[in-house]
Ligand binder design. Structure first.
Ligand SMILES: [Fe+2]
Ligand SMILES: [Fe+2]
Length: 197
C-alpha cells in the first residue's frame, strides 16, 4: 500500500476475513454484526482444523510424534470451535433442508467454482490442476448422491444403501456393495476404496 496511514483510507480493510468499512482514522463506520463474525470465525477455525491436521501428518513423517499429537489435539479444539460457531449461526436446519444446502453448495462448486479454477491451473501448468480436476468431477457425484438422499428423506425414509465407499485419492463416492471397477474419476484400483462411516 502506498502513501501514508492505511487507517486514514476510506476503504475496505480485510482483517482475518472480516471487512470493516474504515471511515476515518480509528473509526469504523460499520462494525460487523455477530452473524458476520460467526461467518468469519467459522471459516478461520475450519481452515485451522485442516492446516493443523496436515501439519500433524508432516510432523509424524518427520519423526516428531508428540508435536504431531499437539497438532492433532489442537486441530480437534479448532473443530469444536468451528462446530460451535456454525451452530450459533443457525447453520443447522432439518435434514431435508441441510441436504438442499449441500446440493446447492456442491452444484455451485462443480458448475461455477471449479471449472475456471481448473482452466487457470492448466494454463499456468500449476500442480493444483490435479485436485481441481478431481474435485470438479467428484462434486458432481456428491450433488447427485445428496439429491438421491433428499428424495428418500422427503418420503420419510433413510437412504437404502448401508455401505458408502470413498475413493481416498480423488473424493469419488459410490453407494452399495464394494466397488469392483477402477475409480471412474482418477482410475485408482477398486481396492483403494474405504468406508468412513
Ligand atoms: Fe463435494
Ligand atoms: Fe478416485
Amino acid at each position: 500500500m502506498s502513501g501514508g496511514n492505511a487507517a486514514k483510507l476510506s476503504t475496505h480493510h480485510d482483517v482475518m476475513g472480516f471487512y470493516y468499512n474504515i471511515k476515518e482514522e480509528g473509526e469504523y463506520s460499520t462494525m460487523p454484526t455477530t452473524k458476520e463474525n460467526l461467518k468469519g470465525a467459522f471459516a478461520g477455525e475450519s481452515q485451522a482444523f485442516q492446516k493443523y491436521s496436515a501439519f500433524a501428518k508432516k510432523a509424524e513423517k518427520d519423526g516428531f510424534k508428540n508435536v504431531a499429537k499437539l497438532f492433532r489435539t489442537t486441530a480437534e479444539a479448532e473443530r469444536i470451535h468451528a462446530e460451535g460457531h456454525f451452530g450459533a449461526s443457525e447453520g443447522i436446519q432439518s435434514t431435508a433442508e441441510n441436504l438442499q444446502t449441500a446440493i446447492d453448495g456442491e452444484t455451485y462448486e462443480h458448475n461455477e467454482m471449479y471449472p475456471p479454477m481448473y482452466e487457470q491451473a492448466v494454463t499456468e501448468g500449476h500442480k493444483a490442476k490435479r485436485m481441481f480436476g478431481y474435485a470438479v468431477e467428484a462434486e458432481k457425484v456428491h450433488a447427485a448422491l445428496y439429491k438421491k438422499a433428499l428424495e428418500a428423506v422427503k418420503n420419510g425414509e433413510d437412504l437404502a444403501e448401508t455401505e458408502i465407499w470413498l475413493c481416498p485419492i480423488c473424493g469419488h463416492i459410490e453407494l452399495g456393495t464394494p466397488p469392483r471397477e477402477k475409480c471412474p474419476i482418477c482410475n485408482a484400483n477398486a481396492s483403494v476404496y474405504v468406508q468412513i462411516a
